[in-house]
Design a protein around this ligand. Structure first.
Ligand code: PLP
Length: 422
């Protein structure tokens, strides 16, 4: 065993979903003969129109004189200039902003952006103060659990629950009576729409969080991996919120380019500059090929168009299929609640008073050929014991309609047995 540093020790553990993926992959491999319905994926499906878009952009790049510039040269740490410019133009036009290229940073995927920010703004200052990374509404994206080199800096807050008992639906809201944003706050991060819950914080909630952080000059990172204008995986009206202390963060992973690793940060010039320096030290710059085709897709308007017309409706329909099948199959007298499906590519199910843990339920579902993700992986930074943490499941909308229907029937059957046994 190699002797590891403290950071080495910490970073060699997989967190959240990545840890469970190992179990899932082993299950799939071991049960090669058995047919599993795998609703655990965070990976979007390959939609033909989306693939065609990227194929066309690639063909255009290959046919242009730009090709050599893109693949045969190092580039700037900020990202490939034509993509920076495409984003500035698009956002200025679309949202009436005054962005210059100094307001934009491109990173190898948005995960790396959160890593930079968590360690630039969170952790110990040179005078020894601990700057906290605040997750204002737990559950949230499992990847935030692995981004800080200073584990004690990550602090998540329990939400309040809006429950519609007769409809078997609920929605999380930030609990402003508990949320503490103070001079110890280094930065704030949340996803909107949210992975895993599909929640979309309202404009007012977002503005309130930003206003709480403003007096301390703490950046609020709004993880817009599922937001409009691309991939536009919002099923409810939402407008991106911009502001002096907001870092608007995006990803092209859910718009068909997960493997090309493209993350985008938009915000205050000085913050962008600090993040860019971190990036230079870490990896010099993100890969340029994906950025060059992304610039074409944004400039032509096609990326936003396909996002709205293809990607959004595809997953919105999947959510409806899941919801209808779940409601048809689940016993009405049990205390289960589906989170309102406001966006992203997941459904989030809460089984109140569940007599076993979410991990045990996950194991029982595997026995009937259904793989989902136990919800407890999605509470990074939450220190308190909270039964709710062990009562939820994340179900991906990445199956076929038929698979989703069968999976909901099996899930309902297992849930009924589990409650009855108690
Ligand atoms: N943020 C959220 C909410 C996500 O769901 C994901 C990926 O699933 C990421 C960030 C990371 O995406 P990437 O690093 O591919 O941009």
């Amino acid at each position: 065993k190699p002797a590891l540093s403290k950071i080495g020790e910490q970073m060699s553990h997989l967190t959240g979903v990545r840890a469970i993926m190992k179990d899932i992959n082993e299950t799939l491999r071991a049960g090669a003969g058995q047919k599993f319905i795998n609703l655990s994926a965070g990976n979007p499906l390959i939609l033909p129109e989306v693939e065609q878009l990227w194929r066309d952009c690639t063909a255009s790049l290959l046919a242009s004189s730009e090709y050599g510039e893109v693949v045969c040269r190092y580039g700037s740490s900020q990202g490939y200039a034509p993509l920076v410019e495409a984003i500035a133009n698009d956002f200025n036009k679309r949202y009436g902003l005054n962005l210059t290229e100094r307001n934009i940073l491109l990173t190898p995927g948005s995960q790396s952006l959160y890593f930079y920010a968590a360690n630039v703004f969170g952790g110990y200052t040179s005078s020894g103060d601990l700057k906290e990374i605040i997750l204002p509404l737990s559950p949230d994206y499992t990847g935030y659990g692995g981004v800080t080199l200073c584990a004690e800096a990550l602090i998540a807050y329990k939400p309040t629950l809006d429950i519609d008992f007769s409809a078997h639906k609920f929605k999380y809201r930030p609990d402003f009576s508990q949320l503490e944003i103070t001079e110890n706050t280094g930065c704030v991060i949340f996803s909107r729409p949210c992975n895993p819950t599909g929640n979309v914080l309202t404009d007012d909630e977002v503005k309130k969080i930003a206003a709480l952080a403003a007096p301390f000059n703490a950046p609020v990172l709004i993880d817009s991996a599922y937001a409009p204008p691309f991939p536009a995986l919002n099923f409810t009206e939402m407008t991106p919120v911009f502001g002096d202390n907001i870092l608007h963060c995006m990803s092209l992973s859910k718009a068909g380019l997960p493997g090309e690793r493209i993350g985008i940060a938009i915000g205050d010039e000085e913050w962008i500059n600090v993040l860019e320096c971190f990036q230079t030290n870490m990896c010099i710059h993100p890969s340029r090929y994906g950025q060059a085709i992304a610039a074409r897709a944004i400039n032509s308007g096609k990326l936003a168009e396909i996002s709205e017309q293809v990607i959004r409706s595809f997953y919105q329909n999947k959510f409806t299929v899941l919801e209808e099948n779940l409601f048809a199959a689940m016993p009405k007298d049990l205390p289960w609640f589906l989170h309102r499906g406001e966006g992203a590519i997941f459904a989030w199910l809460w089984l109140d008073e569940l007599p076993i843990t979410d991990w045990e339920l996950y194991q029982e579902l595997k026995q009937v050929g259904v793989i989902v993700v136990p919800g407890s992986s999605f509470f990074p930074g939450l220190r308190e014991d909270w039964l709710h943490k062990h009562q939820c499941l994340r179900i991906s909308l990445t199956g076929s309609d038929e698979e989703i229907a069968i999976a909901m029937q099996r899930l309902a059957h297992v849930a009924q047995q589990v409650y009855q046994r108690a």
